[in-house]
Write a protein that binds this ligand. Structure first.
Ligand SMILES: Cc1cc2nc3c(=O)[nH]c(=O)nc-3n(C[C@H](O)[C@H](O)[C@H](O)COP(=O)(O)OP(=O)(O)OC[C@H]3O[C@@H](n4cnc5c(N)ncnc54)[C@H](O)[C@@H]3O)c2cc1C
Length: 412
């Protein structure tokens, strides 16, 4: 990594475009999504923003150039992610779902699969959805655990030239597609005779008989993100849809969850930044019956300045992590894990402190601050829970023979 902390003119342009996109297409939706009681209807309100994102090249921008996309550097991705997350992190979580599903194709797919699977995502219109269907209702943290543990329960049984996939999947964005007929592409994590494997399912393979939407989950935050439980009932796909080798599923899935790990740190930065703006404005403008704006009280100013410092720290760590992952730097995984764990837990804590700056007014749902906490609470427990998955991965890195604490900084 060339060390430099100044955005290039192109990056400033990218930031301005992302900021304008967020203001034009996301900001007008935030309150409506929040106030729509039905979770399916709330998430559907965001569909036009997905269409606009495709037109603006945001989906193509998540596909590497060698696959026909326009993906830039990790810093470029971080700039756009933070701008969108500062307005609507639900939307970022949905776009992240696309990235999760397609990453195994970039790194484990054949040239033929890359062409076939990526076609809908290289188009300039529509609102195509790609889903990484890993999580299951009965538990996911131990999906790759060897017998006698149960691990992943969804199965893909060979039958002639086909795989027959059955099982329940939960949590991934857009599992049922916009209308229950399935997404354009699903990367299914399933147990095959050779181990835990990834299989690509295209929309044409879903029918009314083999895909059932069991529920739309009513989440407390991120309500613009369509989150469902589905049942796959004997979905048949060609054997040629196996991504990578049989048994390579965990490696490819972890690879996909590395980029998303860094991206959660960036989401956390965007969410904290938006919450800070609210608390800061309140502290500058409100006297609460005293003679001076409350920022003049030292404990209030201390909370605000501490929050600001932690936002800056999270941004630097997360941008560096995403840059390292995207450029193939060996430090990428370790930094991405820290960005996820540190960023997500810092976000929850910082927003909790900002709520104390505002005080009791923040406990009215009509005041926007509490909603940022409801979003941020998801960050430590999604994209691989910090307790169940991410800290376990960090333990593996730290306890590996020869690990050097300076290596992730390039100082070893
Ligand atoms: C908004 C949102 C979007 C999501 N998007 C996707 C997606 O696109 N694709 C997808 O597949 N999933 C997605 N998920 C699910 C998400 O990735 C979860 O992190 C994942 O399902 C694992 O959840 P869990 O850690 O709670 O696992 P669980 O298996 O449910 O574990 C529950 C708890 O048990 C404990 N535990 C279990 N095993 C261990 C262990 N070995 N060591 C230590 N503690 C353990 C931990 O305390 C853990 O919190 C999404 C979730 C949300 C909320």
């Amino acid at each position: 990594m060339a060390i430099g902390f100044t955005l290039t003119p192109e990056q400033i342009q990218r930031r301005d475009q992302a900021r304008a996109f967020a203001q034009a297409h996301l900001a007008p939706l935030v309150e409506r999504v929040r106030e729509t009681a039905d979770p399916f209807e709330a998430a559907l309100l965001v569909k036009p923003a997905h269409e606009a994102a495709v037109k603006a090249g945001l989906i193509k921008g998540m596909i590497p150039e060698f696959c026909g996309g326009t993906m830039g550097s990790g810093i470029d991705a971080a700039i756009v992610t933070e701008e969108l997350a500062a307005v609507m992190p639900d939307f970022v979580a949905s776009l992240g779902g696309v990235l999760l599903a397609l990453t195994p194709v970039y790194f484990g797919g054949t040239p033929e699969q890359m062409q076939r699977f990526l076609v809908p995502f290289l188009a300039d219109d529509g609102a195509p959805q790609a889903v990484m269907a890993l999580s299951e209702p009965a538990g996911t943290a131990n999906f790759a655990a060897p017998a006698p543990a149960e691990g992943i329960r969804t199965t893909a049984v060979p039958d002639g030239d086909e795989w027959v996939i059955s099982g329940d999947k939960q949590w991934s964005a857009n599992l049922g597609g916009w209308d229950g007929t399935g997404p354009e592409f699903m990367t299914v994590v399933a147990r095959t005779p050779g181990g835990v494997s990834l299989i690509g399912v295209e929309k044409a393979h879903f029918t009314a008989d083999n895909l059932e939407v069991l529920e739309t989950i009513d989440m407390p935050g991120l309500r613009g993100h369509l989150t469902q439980t589905i049942r796959l009932k004997g979905v048949r796909v060609p054997k040629a849809n196996l991504i990578g080798e049989e048994g390579q599923g965990p490696d490819l899935a972890y690879l996909a969850f590395t980029a998303s790990s860094a991206a959660v740190g960036v989401m956390a930065t965007g969410t904290m930044r938006a919450a800070f703006d609210i608390a800061f404005r309140f502290a500058k403008e409100q006297t609460r019956g005293g003679g001076v704006p409350i920022i003049a009280h030292r404990p209030v100013a201390d909370l605000l300045s501490e929050a600001k410092g932690r936002i800056e720290a999270t941004r630097l760590l997360s941008w560096r992590a995403l840059d390292a992952v995207a450029s193939g730097d060996g430090a990428g995984l370790e930094l991405a894990l820290h960005a996820k764990v540190f960023g997500s837990e810092t976000a929850v804590d910082v927003i909790h402190k900002l709520i104390q700056v505002v005080g009791v007014q923040s406990y009215n749902k009509a005041f926007p601050l509490i909603h940022h906490l409801l979003n941020a609470i998801a960050y430590p427990i999604f994209e691989g829970g910090n307790i169940s998955v991410r800290r376990r991965q960090l333990q593996g890195i730290l306890s590996a023979e020869g690990w050097d604490p300076l290596s992730a900084s390039g100082l070893a």
